[in-house]
Design a protein around this ligand. Structure first.
Ligand code: FES
Length: 155
């Protein structure tokens, strides 16, 4: 598999920002994910070739960094914080409501490919727990009603 010219140029740009181009490994994975929505084994190997590291080195970084998706995800990835502040302020109700209204468990994707639901540790939004991130957007003070309203924003 080959990466697109746009992906290669974006990775090379990231590499130019580091003294050791291998340090751009995580940025290369982010570039691939931005273009493809997730990072397949083949795309990861192709990115490793551009960066000049082995696929095994690239895999180690991808496994460590939990925002790199190694299997297909929905158009919008919901990450619900399950850390202590959110746990104390209504995490369980938010979790149960998300699971039942989406009809999926953690790690699942809705049948229409709209949402993937994942747990995540602290989002740094602790004073507004329970909190979640949808794509790049942060949402806090979650209640079942607020979750319903938020989900309608994402088509
Ligand atoms: S504990 Fe949930 S955002 Fe920090």
């Amino acid at each position: 598999m080959e990466l697109s010219q746009g992906e290669i140029e974006a990775i090379q740009h990231e590499m130019s920002l580091y003294e050791d181009s291998g340090a751009a490994t995580i940025e290369a994975l982010k570039v691939v994910q931005e273009h493809r929505g997730w990072v397949s084994d083949e795309a990861m190997a192709a990115a490793a070739k551009v960066v000049g590291v082995t696929p095994t080195q690239m895999e180690a970084v991808a496994t460590f960094y939990n925002l790199i998706f190694r299997q297909p995800v929905g158009r919008h990835v919901i990450m619900l914080c399950d850390s202590i502040s959110c746990y104390l302020t209504g995490y369980e109700e938010a979790r149960d409501h998300l699971k039942s209204s989406l009809g999926i468990d953690f790690g699942g994707t809705t049948e229409d490919g709209r949402f993937t639901l994942l747990p995540i540790c602290c989002l740094g939004n602790c004073d507004r727990g329970p909190a979640m991130r949808v794509g790049e957007d942060y949402h806090g003070d979650l209640t079942p009603e607020r979750i319903d309203a938020i989900l309608t924003e994402y088509k």
